[in-house]
Design a protein around this ligand. Structure first.
Ligand code: HEC
Length: 147
């Protein structure tokens, strides 16, 4: 080996320890993004003809209440937070913003972080319906509440 090729090899080796660090950094960024669990505003517009009992309760029953219901003890919620219960209209309204960011859809975004992977997933049409109902919560429709 000549002196210059030895030096070259040395220069190459010099960068190797940095690679695992770069990889760790990338994983860290991904983990942060997942922690937030927040999607994007959906841009959905209120549809005043949607009724909680008719359209929204059945959707929550099918996709959410197996983990998010008042009567479920913490041990049976599969890790879902104790203050997020979606088996009543008030429960959904209390968390309207959060629900929109994790599960609802609209022209700007369709948020799919809930339910978690492995659980039965709502269709995009169902997510949009939820978005349109949630959008009625801005204080201008029905005195601030959707049906
Ligand atoms: C299999 C169990 C399960 C199902 C089904 C489920 N969730 Fe969750 N949910 C969780 C867990 C676990 C967390 C807490 C960890 C997390 O935020 O990822 C959570 C957290 C949340 C949060 C709080 C997120 C935040 O950032 O504050 C909201 C809102 C939510 N879920 C909405 C829903 C909606 C709406 C549905 C139905 C469309 C649903 N979840 C279905 C398990 C579930």
């Amino acid at each position: 080996m000549t002196l210059s090729s030895a030096r070259l090899a040395g220069a190459r080796n010099h960068w190797r320890p940095a690679l695992p660090l770069l990889a760790l950094g990338a994983i860290g960024l991904l983990a942060c993004a997942q922690d937030e669990q927040q999607g994007s505003p959906t841009g959905a517009e209120c549809d005043p003809y949607l009724y909680y009992e008719l359209e929204i309760a059945p959707l929550m029953d099918r996709y959410c209440v197996s983990c998010h219901a008042q009567d479920l003890p913490l041990s049976q919620r599969h890790g879902a937070p104790g203050d997020h219960d979606f088996d009543s209209k008030q429960g959904v309204l209390n968390n309207a913003e959060h629900v929109a960011l994790v599960a609802a859809g609209g022209p700007l975004a369709i948020n799919r972080s809930m339910p978690p992977g492995g659980s039965k997933q709502p269709s995009d049409a169902e997510r949009k319906l939820l978005g349109q109902w949630l959008a009625c919560q801005n204080g201008t429709v029905h005195g601030g509440h959707a049906h």
